[in-house]
Design a protein around this ligand. Structure first.
Ligand code: ADE
Length: 254
């Protein structure tokens, strides 16, 4: 998968993508991350990327021309088939919230173009004429879209087959399964006054599976009960949750 990032601050991406799973995925050829400096697509002496807003609002807006030229130059290298599997994403606090389902959908594309917004915002014609998705990483305002582009890239790259050592660990991690993750332990079996739960040391895999499922259910009920409505629950899960006081909402009577 290719991920193109259009930014005013290419240097910000040096550290995060040069380490860990993202770097390995790039080295292994699973992801090809290309950072494009928006200023490269300007043609005036001052390499102007922003301007005053019409209507007299305070704050500068990103001009449309360099962003259009940047995205179009990336698209011009794609085949029609690649183009059909390409998303052009604007990072912005107004977008739909990033979650695991959104990351999964993006990970299924061939090319992902991330436009990092800045200043007071981008000229609306970028939304009208270029963008297929607008994504926010949370209900707060960052100084720019670069950190959001890093978060999106990280969440997407780790989903590419082969990026994380075992796909089992991707499937069972928090949220992917619809539930929060169960507690995990490593050696030593006893650390200060805390011991690893007996079941995990028992070697009984069926019991261990059940212990993990129950802890996931408990944790989700306690910390993120909103996830339970959409989680993939078995009858046994529901009985266990009901023992803990969970009541499923019945659909309204017709
Ligand atoms: N740019 C500024 N704030 C943002 C946010 N919360 N998500 C994505 N992009 C942003």
């Amino acid at each position: 998968m290719r991920i193109h990032i259009l930014t005013l601050f290419p240097d910000m991406f040096r550290g995060p993508f040069d380490l860990s799973i993202v770097k390995r995925a790039v080295d292994d050829g699973l992801a090809d991350i290309r950072i494009h400096d928006i200023r490269r697509f300007t043609h005036d002496r001052h390499r102007t990327v922003d301007d005053y807003q019409f209507g007299g609002e305070p704050g500068m807006a990103l001009k449309p021309e360099p962003i259009f030229e940047g995205v179009e130059s990336i698209l011009s290298d794609l085949t029609q088939l690649e183009m059909a599997h390409t998303r052009v994403v604007l990072t912005s606090p107004q977008g739909k919230l990033l979650n695991q389902a959104v990351a999964q959908e993006l990970a299924g594309q061939l090319d992902l173009i991330l436009i990092c917004g800045h200043y007071a915002g981008v000229d609306e014609r970028v939304r009208e004429g270029l963008v297929t998705d607008e994504i926010s990483i949370g209900d707060y305002v960052l100084t720019g879209g670069e950190l959001a582009a890093m978060v999106i890239t990280d969440a997407v790259v780790r989903l590419l087959p082969g990026a994380v050592g075992s796909q089992d660990s991707v499937r069972s991690d928090s949220i992917t399964s619809g539930l929060l993750q169960h507690p995990i332990y490593t050696r030593p079996a006893r650390f200060r006054e805390w011991s690893v739960p007996e079941t995990l040391l028992s070697g009984n895999h069926q019991e261990i599976r059940r212990w993990r499922r129950e802890r996931s259910l408990e944790r989700t009920l306690k910390l993120r009960p909103d996830l339970l409505a959409a989680a993939d629950l078995t009858g046994e899960d529901i009985l266990y949750l009901e023992k803990l006081g969970y009541r499923r909402k019945e659909p309204p009577a017709a």
